[in-house]
Design a protein around this ligand. Sequence first.
Ligand code: PHE
Length: 408
Amino acid sequence: DTPSATILDGKSYPKDEWSNVNQKILSYTSRKLHLQKYNPLCHIKRRIVDFMYKEFPSRTRSPLFSVFEDLSPTVSIEQNFDSLLIPKDHPSRKKSDCYYLNKNHLLRAHTSAHQVELMRSGLNNFLVVGDVYRRDEIDKSHFPTFHQLEAVRLCGLHDVFRDENIARELKIFETGKVARSPEKQESHTVDAVMMMTNALQTTLIKLVHHLFGKDVETRWVETFFPFTHPSWELEVKYNGEWLEVLGCGIMEQSILQNAGAGDKIGWAFGLGLERLAMKLYQIPDIRLFWSVDTGVVHQFKVDDPYAPIIYKPVSQYPPCKNDISFWLPENSTFSSADFYDLVRSIGGELVEQVSFVDEFYHKKKQRWSHCYRIVYRDMSKTLTQEEANIIHSAIEQAAVKNLRVDIR
Ligand code: PHE
């Protein structure tokens, strides 16, 4: 029987109709890959933190940015969404997109969830590194847990305009009422936004050069986040394709106000560590970060985070492909996300990819049928078809039991 509460980090979360975390997902919360000295995510984190320290020297001997990398991944709805002005009906809140402990708590979907509490504690410059959780598709670059590094920098007048004479002439905030435009929020001056945008984008391009060298191709894409305006994504070229590696922008002023920092203007960015590390080390599959196979782990066992490592495939073991077709339950509440999750919770890291093959509607039966192809592959040995079949039929049975489908 299923327990009525989830225990995590010593706290108890009573289950309700929103609860959708499973044991497999919960087991990832204890891995803390970004804190494991020889994990590639830890190496890249150290390079980035190191860069931020050097880029923003302080007058004291301690670094300007404070680093938080062990905050609990369980956060409230308030932290993950409300405090960041994410509308009540925003798609990112959907049960099919997040891992909820219950209606009040979830596994953080981004490290931005910690922005407000840290600003409220009086910090102007901080980094947050942590594991984040999203229900997503399954392929070589998606895994339900990944890692982000968040940066927030709040600036007063003299941080924005470093030149004394200029600071005397200019302001951060408009005095009269000015409309919001694509370029800026209503309360900010054009001058302040230009200076902040320049500082933010220069920092990030320097960071990308620091990681990949000056030859890396980059482009800015304008985007929208509820918690920043204006907002951008930075993409880098990887194997001939543009890869989104971070989101950033000028923080919404009402968030700063609510956090007791209304006299400052801020920028923030959140970058995905796996995406950057995959490019840096030429790691072909996101599951490799979780590998405990010595052939994989050994390659990153160096004390110097700047060691130039190129991942060497531990030899490609052959995949096993099995299809699954089923009738969806009548008057269905079936979602593909539920199926992907179920596949993950049973197949774990042996599942390389799940793809939607096709669907059709049977007029006489009045039912929908879905077909998915599951690719199984072990990263460290050959998976036999018999072994794959055992997992596959466990998945079939669980789908019948939990999702009420009928196998065809
Ligand atoms: N939290 C955003 C995401 O996960 C990234 C972001 C962070 C964007 C900070 C703007 C500012 O996609």
